[in-house]
Design a protein around this ligand. Structure first.
Ligand SMILES: NC(=O)C1=CN([C@@H]2O[C@H](COP(=O)(O)OP(=O)(O)OC[C@H]3O[C@@H](n4cnc5c(N)ncnc54)[C@H](OP(=O)(O)O)[C@@H]3O)[C@@H](O)[C@H]2O)C=CC1
Ligand SMILES: Nc1c(N[C@@H]2O[C@H](COP(=O)(O)O)[C@@H](O)[C@H]2O)[nH]c(=O)[nH]c1=O
Length: 592
């Protein structure tokens, strides 16, 4: 179906460095690029930790013939879906993308889809924020003869800046994360008009209206995790779930130094989503064991401060965090410089109380001139409340902060990332991200009757295998759901959740067969994709380590304490592919 929408016309002039041979209307360009940004946001929360991508394809006669967005990491790229929708009408058309495509497939899927479909021009809202991807797709388009216009580079004006900002805003968490190496963090609180977040008694339910609290569910749905401090758990017994229906469900994180937490708490009920408790090394080991017995993950850090916690969750691949703590932890997080944005719901109520808590505790400031000014402040009325939001840290300027790969090598010729003797991989956008079992490469594996079945990713196959052969209709039901999961993350969530909630559905020999299941799936993947096979062989001589800081079985762990079985299997495969007789020799060293 052809889609169309209004174009915002204005008489402002637009400078364009590129020649305007095709006589494109640049006002239309801006409208379409904003459209790409708008649709890319539809899957916010689900794409995490991947950016939001949208693509709109428009013919020279200004007809929108295809548009699509990325649903989640590992699903079909927006560009491929838009090309599929537009079909033959791609010939001579322009593709508008809010962000330069990345390359999770490791074979330039998005670029190839547009080039092969006959697209002749690409308009790009912003360059990819990650250094190793930045500029690659733009170069590839240009080398294939496409005209490429990048907002702010090839097109400049006040209106272009506005459209560029729209593209930036839909991927702000990604941009902050790329620039600061901590997840994008939002501090949210609800306070009375006299600045209290609870009565003197500590009672806080509720300050803001139902409408505002529904808005909080949406904020939660856009986040990877919600953080509270130990005191909020003791005082409020919160659930911290996103209850707005059908949205993404973030995990819950509790920061507690003392680990003096209640034995019974809503956050220990993992039926909807998991909880991670982060504490100081050595704190209440018996309570740690108690939490672990309930399925709650406990992470010990040497010193529990917000920056270390955020660096840890960055390394775990988290993109955005919502802090819903009280003033004590909020002050500590602000002082550590990890809070990027604030959402304050102000309710027209007065509770008074000299000792009633306020949203931010001690920051050590003594003069008003030291106050932190919010940037880009917005005011929005929600029912009876006012939502005031703004940034505590400016939006990073990507140009100087994250130089392109070429620029880096020009600045420091000694940088040669390909020559390290240990190759770490983890998230699919990493240089060797295609080694991850979450990479979007379908595999074909024989079922119990020997018939070949296609699985969207190694992770889909691995998770489903937990339930294969179990004579319970619920097990088959779970396999079917995992098989049709839209993304590897979704397959993992389904598999892990069912394993946790219904352990009796897991096959009894799972622990003894899981390495072999993974090995067979990886063997298939690296056999049927020649470019992946070459990538694997190109690492000969290097140790491969899955850099998962928390998976101590498949990954290498934070301090190298993990067993790194994924890395080991890849090295085993590599040596088999290289035709070395070291299937035997490697077997002796890695003892699989
Ligand atoms: N209206 C609103 O929006 C909200 C209101 N509230 C209200 O606020 C009150 C609780 O506020 P508050 O006591 O400030 O609670 P916090 O949520 O800030 O919890 C503080 C606790 O966080 C833990 N913590 C871990 N690391 C740190 C660190 N580096 N710095 C500081 N704390 C750390 C400690 O837990 P431990 O002691 O276990 O070691 C500490 O006692 C309650 O009355 C609650 O109802 C809370 C959230 C939002
Ligand atoms: N009191 C208060 C808030 N408090 C926050 O919400 C948490 C409770 O979440 P849940 O258990 O999921 O409903 C609580 O622990 C605290 O973090 N939030 C608001 O939007 N408005 C309010 O008035």
């Amino acid at each position: 179906m052809a889609l169309s929408f209004a174009v915002v016309a204005s008489s402002s002039s637009i400078m364009c460095k590129a020649t305007n041979a095709n006589n494109h209307s640049h006002l239309q360009d801006l409208s379409y690029i904003k459209r790409a940004a708008l649709i890319s946001d539809k899957s916010a929360g689900f794409t995490s930790p991947h950016p939001n991508f949208g693509c709109v394809i428009v013919t020279p006669s200004a007809e929108v013939v295809g548009e699509a967005y990325l649903y989640a990491q590992g699903t079909k790229p927006a560009e491929v879906l838009a090309v599929e929708a537009a079909g033959e009408r791609c010939r001579g058309a322009t593709a508008y993308v809010n962000m330069e495509p990345g390359d999770c497939h490791g074979d330039h899927t998005a670029v190839s889809a547009l080039v092969q479909a006959g697209i002749t021009r690409a308009v790009i809202g912003m360059r990819h924020p990650l250094q190793h991807l930045r500029g690659n797709a733009i170069r590839a388009f240009r080398s294939q003869g496409l005209q490429v216009d990048v907002l702010g580079e090839d097109m400049q004006s006040k209106l272009v800046e506005e459209a560029r900002k729209a593209c930036l805003l839909v991927n702000l968490p990604f941009v902050y994360r790329a620039a600061s190496r901590v997840p994008f963090s939002v501090l949210k609180y609800a306070m009375t008009l006299d600045g209290k977040i609870a009565a003197s008694s500590g009672h806080a339910a509720w300050i803001s209206s139902k409408l505002s609290r529904n808005r909080v569910f949406e904020l939660r749905g856009r986040s990877d995790a919600i953080i509270v401090g130990g005191n909020t758990v003791r005082r409020d017994n919160p659930r911290l779930t996103a209850r707005h229906g059908g949205g993404h469900m973030p995990i819950r994180i509790v920061l507690s130094q003392s680990l003096d937490l209640p034995e019974e708490a809503n956050l220990w009920d993992l039926s909807d989503v998991s909880t991670v408790v982060v504490t100081q090394r050595g704190a209440r080991r018996s309570f740690q064991r108690y939490l672990a017995s309930k399925g709650v993950e406990v992470v010990e850090l040497d010193i529990l401060n917000p920056r270390d916690v955020m660096e840890y969750f960055h390394d775990r691949g988290y993109l955005s965090i919502l802090w819903e703590c009280g003033g004590t932890l909020a002050a500590s997080a602000i002082s550590s410089g990890v809070i990027h944005k604030v959402f304050a719901f102000v309710a027209p109520k007065i509770i008074g109380g000299k000792n009633a808590p306020s949203p931010v505790g001690e920051l050590g400031m003594v003069e008003m001139s030291q106050a932190l000014d919010l940037i880009d402040v917005c005011f929005e009325q929600i029912g009876p409340d006012m939502l005031i939001s703004g940034f505590l840290q400016p939006i990073p300027d990507l140009t100087p902060t994250i130089p392109s790969e070429d620029e880096t090598f020009a600045i420091d010729p000694t940088v040669a990332p390909f020559e390290t003797s240990i190759i770490f991989f983890y998230k699919t956008w990493d240089l060797y991200g295609a080694f991850s079992n979450f990479s979007p490469h379908p595999i074909q594996m024989p079922d119990e009757d020997g018939n070949y079945v296609t699985w969207f990713s190694v992770e889909h196959y691995y998770q489903a295998n937990k339930f294969i052969g179990v004579s319970n209709p619920l097990a088959q039901d779970c396999i079917d759901k995992i098989k049709s999961a839209k993304s590897p993350e979704e397959a993992a969530r389904l598999g892990r959740l069912t394993q946790r909630r219904h352990p009796h559905l897991v096959r009894s020999d799972w622990e003894s067969v899981k390495i072999d299941v993974m090995y067979r799936a990886l063997k298939c993947k690296f056999s049927i994709y020649p470019h992946l096979n070459s990538m694997l062989l190109s690492t000969a001589g290097s140790v491969l380590v899955e850099a998962s800081p928390h998976d101590l079985f498949w990954g290498g762990g934070r301090d190298g304490e993990g067993l790194n079985y994924l890395g080991r299997l890849l090295m085993k495969l590599r040596s088999e592919f290289l035709g070395e007789s070291s299937a035997a020799s490697e077997n002796t060293c890695i003892a699989l």
